[in-house]
Design a protein around this ligand. Structure first.
Ligand code: HEM
Length: 374
């Protein structure tokens, strides 16, 4: 709280308080385009030349155009039934996964529920055939985090480039297949758009499809596992949820505040000098907005370090804010609500086998690698 905006040794800035994070998330002088940041631009060279950036890494007006064209087909307010209509199928998937745990002394909540559930949902939503899913997972894992750290930097870069080329080929083939034989899925709807508000090119369809698939694989898994971990650490909250299933709605918001899966958003770059909280962020500097710290700012949230399942006025930043506000928030909320409700309803006397559990190596995405429960 003493230094809401700090300058680090490498010349970048770190923003850790609520008001400053919120103000900067809405400030058009901060760009999401990595080509403005020399360090990040170098990392982009690890990507396949064919791969276009997605709208997550763009500024207006291009960001707004692509986001609007994708949003038209995704969920509320345009297609409310696309997400809400998935609930029965979500319950069916979770029921099947929990049935599969019967008779086991120990389960791994990540491998047996928190990972396979949102992955099945996003694949079904986008129309990724089941036989393609393990191949996709392999390339996503390689492109995102699990390159063997023992390898020399050049080999790591080669492997990442290879993975991103495979991902690009995978998604381009998928777009083409959906063009030839459309189904009742989101990618088909985007491909077959009537063009009344403009069109996404084939490259833009691929980068948007890939963004949705990766976001659907890498984020909600952590909210579900962080949620179950938090419930097991707060048994009264688990009891309350069993007695009052409606509690799952404010509880999910509190989890997004208390244990957010995305700790900071992709690095922004200041396009101009920005005066904030007594500091001047110099034009050209990289800026890290730490949402997870903002969510624990005692100047904004009473008893910020306490998990309060029915916390009132919970305007957390777990999904970001401003023009890049999470596109998948309605889907992630519903998935988490279904998973927590069914876990509370069906799993009797669960106990954490390891606390803290092992965590994923990523500094950005926070969640357990495994969550063993007896
Ligand atoms: C953007 C968090 C699930 C798709 C974001 C941002 C955050 C976030 C913090 C803002 C990034 C920024 O400002 O640069 C989360 C969390 C999730 C989740 C915590 C799960 C609990 C999902 C899912 C999808 C998705 C399931 C897709 C189906 C996106 C997209 C953007 C985004 C496309 C970019 C929006 C834009 O640039 O306009 N998400 N996300 N997210 N999210 Fe999520």
């Amino acid at each position: 709280r003493r230094t809401p905006v700090s300058r680090l040794e490498d010349g970048s800035y770190l923003v850790t308080t609520y008001a400053e994070n919120l103000a900067l998330l809405h400030d058009p002088r901060l760009s999401s385009d990595p080509s403005h940041n020399p360090q990040f631009a170098a990392a982009m060279e690890e990507l396949s030349e064919d791969m276009q950036p997605s709208f997550l890494q763009m500024d207006p007006p291009e960001h707004d155009r692509q986001r609007r064209l994708a949003m038209r087909h995704f969920g509320p307010p345009h297609q409310p039934e696309r997400i809400a209509g998935l609930e029965p199928r979500m319950i069916e998937i979770v029921t099947g996964l929990i049935d599969g745990m019967a008779g086991k002394d120990r389960i791994d909540v990540v491998d047996e529920l928190a990972y396979p559930f949102p992955v099945s949902v996003i694949c079904e939503l986008l129309g990724v055939p089941p036989e393609d899913r393990s191949e996709f997972r392999k390339w996503v894992d390689l492109a995102i985090e699990t390159i063997d750290p023992g390898l020399d930097p050049e080999t790591q870069q080669e492997k990442r480039k290879e993975a991103s080329t495979e991902l690009f080929n995978f998604i381009s083939n998928l777009v083409e297949r959906h063009r030839q034989s459309p189904g009742d899925d989101l990618l088909s709807a985007m491909v077959a758009d009537d063009g009344s508000e403009g069109r996404l090119s084939t490259g833009e369809l691929a980068s948007t499809g890939l963004l949705l698939l990766i976001a659907g694989h890498e984020t909600t898994v952590n909210l579900i596992s962080n949620g179950i971990l938090t419930l097991l650490r707060h048994p009264q909250a688990l009891d309350r949820l069993r007695q009052d299933p409606e509690l799952v709605i404010p509880m999910t918001e509190e989890l997004l505040r208390f244990e957010p899966p995305v700790h900071f958003v992709p690095i922004r770059t200041a396009l101009d000098d920005i005066e904030i909280a007594g500091t001047t962020i110099a034009a050209g500097s990289p800026v890290t907005l730490v949402l997870a710290a903002a969510n624990r700012d005692p100047g904004r949230f009473a008893e910020a370090d306490r998990f309060i399942p029915d916390r009132p006025d919970n305007q957390h930043l777990g999904f970001g804010s401003g023009i890049h506000l999470c596109f998948g928030a309605p889907l992630a909320r519903l998935e988490t609500q279904v998973a927590l409700t069914e876990f509370a309803r069906r799993i009797r006397n669960p106990r954490l086998a390891e606390d803290p559990p092992p965590y994923r190596p990523s500094p950005i995405l926070r969640g357990p690698l495994h969550l063993p429960v007896d």
